[in-house]
Every structure is written in structure tokens, then in C-alpha cells.
Design a protein around this ligand. Structure first.
Ligand code: SIN
Ligand code: FE2
Length: 215
């Protein structure tokens, strides 16, 4: 079947091992209606913004956060902060559907103790990209990262412990969840330039929720 949006409902429920400690749970976030309404509420309280890296570059991916801690970057560096620097208020609470999905997906992936206190929300418009990086601003690397994809499809790059390691390319579609931890917790990963498209549920955009135990 020609599937312009790449949702491929036939994949739903499939589990793909990516690397030691890393798995893709196809369609695990579907149906996504409750997640998308919760996302709207978070964004109303803490709007997307394009943050600046310590090197002075404005990121093409727009970001916001919910939960006790939010990931931020500015000229001073990368860190977690309890307060949204734009509003001076705490980040919005993590919505229940976010928390439930993150905990359940982590448990299915082999991390039954995972309870996130931070959710970084990325918004990719066509042309946006996130270069290869490690998630290493969290305190406890025994806890995994849980990543939920919504909207337009993207090609996820998943490498190894060194930036120069070979990279696997994994297409991620609306509703897919990736969990990485254990031996792959510090693997390099990224998203190359997002292709244009129109997703029936969310329009011309991809959202990614990454859940972390930051504190
Ligand atoms: C991230 O590494 O923070 C996001 C990955 C993604 O957008 O899938
Ligand atoms: Fe990341």
C-alpha cells in the first residue's frame, strides 16, 4: 500500500532490537489523541522557542519542556533547570498520559524502575535537524531515555559510543517509541534535515518527546 505519511499501521506492535539495551516499539504511542491534547496544554503554558547553543548558534529545532526539570541551553551551557527562563515560572507538570506511556514503554523495554522527571519536547519543522549528540546532562546513566515520535516521519540516526562510530538509520513514524539505556545509554544519535510533508493528525511538523530521569 502506498502510504504517503509513512504511518504503516501494519507495523504497530512490532518490537525491533536496535542495539544492546535499545529497542524500537512500533506504534506504541497510538492512539495519540490524549498525548496530542496534553501537548497543546503544555505548549500553551510554555511555548516553543529556539534556544541558543553555548557556541552561539540558534537551534533549528524549537523546544519546550514539562516535568520537574527542563533541559535548557544558552551561552552559559547545557543544563536542567526547574524554571522556564522565558517565563520565570516552573515548567508545566508532566501530563498523566505522558508519564504513563513513558513508564510503560520503559518497562516493556526492560527498565521497570524508570520514572521520568523531565520531558524535553522537540518541534521539527521541515528543514530542521538535530546533529549527532549524546544525552549526558542527566545524573544517573542507569536510567534510560524514552523517545516518542509524533507527526511527520524522520530518519533517526543511532550510532555508538564514539562520534565516529557507524550510524544505523531507523525511520521513525507517528506513534513509534524508542528506548535506549544500559550499554547504549550514551550512544550518539541525531535527526538529519526533516523532509517536508503534511501529517493528517498534526500538519507540517514532527514532535518528539524525550523522557529522562534528570535529577
Ligand atoms: C533528541 O535526541 O533529543 C531527539 C531525538 C528525536 O527527535 O527523535
Ligand atoms: Fe538526544
Amino acid at each position: 500500500m502506498d502510504d504517503l505519511f509513512g504511518d504503516q499501521p501494519g507495523d504497530t506492535g512490532r518490537r525491533e532490537e536496535l542495539a544492546a539495551g535499545a529497542v524500537v516499539l512500533r506504534g506504541r504511542a497510538l492512539p495519540a489523541d490524549a498525548l496530542l491534547s496534553a501537548l497543546d496544554a503544555v505548549v500553551a503554558a510554555a511555548p516553543f522557542r529556539n534556544m541558543v547553543t553555548p557556541g552561539g548558534f540558534t537551534m533549528s529545532v524549537a523546544m519546550t519542556n514539562c516535568g520537574a526539570a527542563g533541559w535548557v541551553t544558552d551561552r552559559r551551557g547545557y543544563r536542567y533547570d526547574a524554571v522556564d527562563p522565558e517565563s520565570g515560572r516552573p515548567w508545566p507538570d508532566m501530563p498523566k498520559p505522558f508519564l504513563e506511556l513513558a513508564c510503560a514503554a520503559a518497562a516493556e523495554a526492560g527498565y521497570p524502575d524508570f520514572v521520568p522527571d523531565a520531558c524535553l519536547i522537540n518541534r521539527y519543522q521541515p528543514g530542521a535537524r538535530l546533529s549527532l549528540h549524546q544525552d549526558r546532562n542527566e545524573r544517573d546513566y542507569d536510567q534510560p531515555i524514552v523517545s516518542v515520535s509524533l507527526g511527520l516521519p524522520a530518519m533517526f540516526q543511532f550510532g555508538g559510543l564514539e562520534r565516529s562510530d557507524p550510524v544505523r538509520k531507523v525511520p521513525l513514524r507517528h506513534g513509534d517509541v524508542v528506548v535506549w539505556g544500559g550499554p547504549s545509554r550514551l550512544f550518539y544519535h541525531g535527526i538529519p534535515v526533516l523532509k517536508d510533508g503534511e501529517h493528517p493528525a498534526v500538519g507540517r511538523v514532527r514532535f518528539n518527546l524525550t523522557f529522562r530521569k534528570a535529577l
